[in-house]
Design a protein around this ligand. Structure first.
Ligand code: GSH
Length: 217
């Protein structure tokens, strides 16, 4: 049995939901409420499972994994029938390069605990936090836009006409950027790819607005 511990608007959990959906793998969804004031990620029961106190966390039989990139690479190796990575070694590296702009350079600076720490420990106000968030998204998106708009591997999706690893990372980051009102007009290639992704059932099923823990209003 497969279980994904996630939160509807965690973009790291969103990535894993997309990967699972693209591969057609079913799973039980266990919601961990990250909302400030609730913070189920810090409950004893959850910390026993994942000492880092973050989502996503994935269970597949005896296999237990945290960190969305590790989970997604596991899925790719354990369930290769629908591949997220391209065939050639060079293209696989390129897919990871695109994904890591989000996974390593945008998301770690902008996740919930970083934003909370800026406020609570460094005394940043809402507008400073907004400025911080926007800055790091724009930096990463500028690089992705430049790369994708010039690379001849770019197709309907980040690489060719089949959704893959880079799209799994890009679409949740765009969703998150919209949530924080980051201006996206300078990223036409990213927006075009995002639209193509969101037309697919797998991306729709994984979207934050369609999860069991999505608030009703
Ligand atoms: N690098 C980790 C990041 C996971 C992460 O930061 N998750 C956030 C939600 S997107 C979280 O659980 N935050 C809870 C907290 O910081 O207390 C991954 O990709 O899985």
């Amino acid at each position: 049995m497969r279980t994904l511990f996630g939160y509807f608007r965690s973009s790291a959990a969103y990535r894993v939901r997309i990967a699972l959906a693209l591969k057609g793998l079913d799973y039980v969804y266990e919601a961990i409420n990250l909302k400030p004031g609730v913070t189920e990620q810090r409950s004893d029961a959850y910390l026993k499972l994942n000492p880092q106190g973050r989502v996503p966390f994935f269970v597949d039989g005896d296999v237990r994994i945290s960190q969305s990139p590790a989970i997604i690479e596991y899925l790719e190796e354990a369930y290769p029938d629908v591949a997220l990575l391209p065939k050639s070694v060079a293209d696989r590296a390129y897919a990871r390069q695109l994904a890591n702009v989000v996974a390593c350079d945008i998301h770690p600076l902008n996740n919930l605990s970083v934003l909370m720490w800026l406020k609570a420990d460094l005394g940043a106000d809402e507008s400073a936090v907004q400025k911080w968030y926007t800055h790091w998204v724009l930096e990463g998106f500028k690089a992705l836009e430049k790369t994708l708009s010039h690379d001849n591997r770019t197709g309907k999706f980040c690489i060719g006409d089949t959704p893959g690893l880079a799209d799994v990372y890009l679409a949740p980051q765009i969703w998150n950027a919209r949530r924080f009102d980051v201006p996206l007009k300078d990223f036409p290639t990213l927006l075009r790819i995002d639209t193509a992704c969101n037309d697919l059932e797998a991306f729709k099923a994984a979207a934050p607005e369609n999860q069991p823990d999505t608030p009703v209003n």
